[in-house]
Design a protein around this ligand. Structure first.
Ligand SMILES: [Zn+2]
Length: 136
């Protein structure tokens, strides 16, 4: 089995995490659960890479997985959106990853985001309190 380059794995995890975190912060609502965040992300319009983008990404990564160097085969490889924004399909935001590494990057980035949310969440603000008016 090809060996995972831990440095590269970490680097793609961090890039994905930062992208997801920025999008999560934009929602500005900690009650937004991680699962609804991801299903929302999945509903976003995914822009698949064109054939020419796929070819240039394959060339750029020398037909190998960018993390474990496994040689490309069409059944096991995916084009990963580096910052997680699936609508931003550009050759600079795409990297060639085998299924196993792609999966790892997703799982680890999601775990980091979950940690962040759990340590930063605050109680929802109480509705404005209006003191009752008394007539004296
Ligand atoms: Zn790989």
């Amino acid at each position: 089995m090809p060996r995972i380059n831990e440095t590269k794995l970490k680097s793609y995890v961090n890039k994905l995490y930062r992208g997801e975190l920025a999008r999560w912060k934009k929602k500005n609502d900690w009650r937004y659960s991680i699962s609804s965040f991801y299903s929302d992300e999945n509903r976003r319009r995914r822009k698949p890479p064109t054939k020419s983008q796929e070819n240039s990404v394959k060339r750029k990564y020398k037909n190998k997985c960018a993390i474990c160097s496994k040689p490309y085969d069409s059944y096991d490889f995916q084009y990963h959106h580096i910052n997680g924004d699936r609508s931003k399909t550009t050759t600079t935001n795409l990297v060639l990853l085998c299924y196993r590494c792609h999966n790892q990057v997703g799982i680890l980035a999601k775990a980091k985001l979950k940690d962040y949310i759990n340590t930063h969440k605050q109680p929802s603000p109480l509705p404005d309190f209006k003191p009752p008016k008394f007539k004296f």
